[in-house]
Design a protein around this ligand. Structure first.
Ligand SMILES: [Zn+2]
Length: 125
């Protein structure tokens, strides 16, 4: 019997995101030369829909993950025009605030990996 290791949802999201921060495009280059990013659960985006697909994850760099989790990010949902974007305003390292336009990732536990892949191919960044 061949055992296939189940990949975690955050790992799949990072792969879909091309291992780049959805806000700044950055990543930490690890010692093994692989880019390091994190998957952030964005609860305010949970109800956001595009083609009926809720999205509440962003792939972000370590700084922007912390800026979202422990900072005071401002979330704005604009479901009026497809494709559905969301605005997130976060504090940068220099103290300034910067708005970013993002398309959150669908929650794969609900929709499955291949649905998420098809969704991402249909909605390139
Ligand atoms: Zn970033």
């Amino acid at each position: 019997m061949v055992k296939v290791r189940q990949r975690s949802e955050p790992d799949l999201l990072k792969e879909l995101g091309g291992y780049k921060c959805q806000l700044c495009g950055g990543a930490i280059q690890r010692t093994d030369d692989h880019p390091y990013v994190e998957a952030a659960h964005i609860q305010p985006f949970a109800g956001l829909t595009e083609d009926g697909v809720p999205g509440n994850y962003l792939v972000v760099c370590a700084h922007h993950h912390k800026a979202i989790d422990v900072g005071s990010p401002v979330f704005t949902l604009d479901p009026s025009t497809p494709p559905t974007f969301a605005m997130i305003e976060v504090q940068e390292m220099d103290g300034s605030w910067k708005p970013y336009k993002v398309i959150p990732y669908p929650r794969q536990a609900t929709y499955g990996f291949w649905e998420a892949v098809r969704w991402r191919i249909a909605h390139p960044r």
